[in-house]
Design a protein around this ligand. Structure first.
Ligand SMILES: C[S@@+](CC[C@H](N)C(=O)[O-])C[C@H]1O[C@@H](n2cnc3c(N)ncnc32)[C@H](O)[C@@H]1O
Length: 286
């Protein structure tokens, strides 16, 4: 279990090579929200899929996102955190019309390589969520932002800005799907690491190395001994749900490890489904 400290600047692990420096966060004392661009270095991107294990992840999700999107009649989808392309490819294969976005051009390059290896081609766009509508000029039926990605944002203003940009890029009855680690459990010292859902690979481990209210630092270790770190903001579920409501989503439903009903500390991951309109009201001003 990671250590609990009250001030990240006091933590000696904070500031290793390639990681956030304490002076990088404007105002809030944590890392800046664009730290991700330096964390996902090429060599880490090359190893990312060892961590994920695409077959294991596909099996654990059991078509959750595909079924949800289909059941609501969504067809045009923005994968806002495409990463190495796992969901973009899955959704394309299921017949959805997908635009794959990411703030990291190297991630997008890897996503296209992965798609080409499967005989597909992705539509890609480099876009940071905080300025999404500057680069993406259309409205989507649904936006997905998966793989604990949203917790790369460290400042509340950036979280609000990104959610407002997602809201604006959705059609009037659009749906946003965002997942996150169960940080409430992690902050209580409960790190499930069932290795069942996202990090299904058996050639790499992901474990929290440092945990505080303002910063969770994960350590990723690979079979060849390579070690990388990612810093995340530990989003509490109730706070995230409140933000989604305040940005004006009418309905927010939270699933735990793909189940509708769950105990607060049980799931490793939470999935928030935020709808612009209550489904029954969605056609009213169609
Ligand atoms: C943890 S990876 C997850 C990738 C993929 N969704 C998956 O589940 O495998 C997080 C991704 O979010 C992207 N990202 C982080 N912050 C971002 C931002 N502000 N705007 C756009 N992309 C961002 C990173 O470049 C990275 O590809």
């Amino acid at each position: 279990m990671g250590r609990q400290v009250t001030n990240v600047k006091d933590d000696p692990a904070f500031g290793e090579a390639g990681d956030a420096r304490p002076d990088e966060g404007p105002g809030e004392g944590g890392p800046a929200s664009d730290l991700y661009q330096r964390e996902y270095v090429q060599s880490f991107i090359e190893k990312w899929d060892e961590l994920i294990n695409w077959d294991g992840r596909t099996e654990s999700e059991s078509g959750f996102f595909i079924d949800l999107l289909r059941s609501r009649g969504k067809t045009r989808i923005l994968d806002a955190a495409a990463g190495t392309g796992f969901h973009s490819i899955q959704l394309r294969n299921a017949g959805f019309d997908v635009l794959s976005a990411d703030g990291s051009p190297d991630m997008l390059k890897k996503a296209q390589e992965n798609a080409e290896a499967l005989g597909l081609s992705l539509d890609l766009i480099e876009a940071d969520w905080r300025w999404l509508n500057r680069d993406v000029h259309e409205k989507f039926d649904a936006i997905v932002c998966l793989g604990n990605s949203f917790t790369h944002l460290f400042e509340e203003a950036d979280r609000r800005k990104a959610l407002a940009e997602f809201y604006a890029a959705l059609k009037h009855d659009g749906m946003l799907i965002i997942d996150q680690r169960n940080y409430d459990a992690l902050l209580k010292g409960d790190y499930g690491n069932k290795r069942k859902y996202y990090y299904c690979g058996d050639r790499a481990t992901a474990a929290p190395e440092f945990v505080s209210e303002g910063l969770v630092k994960f350590r990723y270790e690979f079979a060849d001994g390579a070690v990388y770190h990612l810093n995340f903001f530990p989003l509490r579920a109730a706070y995230m749900r409140r933000l989604l409501k305040e940005v004006a989503f009418e309905k927010v439903t939270t699933f735990g490890d793909f189940q509708h009903t769950y105990g607060e500390d049980e799931p490793d991951f939470l999935i928030h489904v935020a709808e612009k309109r209550e489904p029954e009201a969605a056609g009213d001003d169609g």
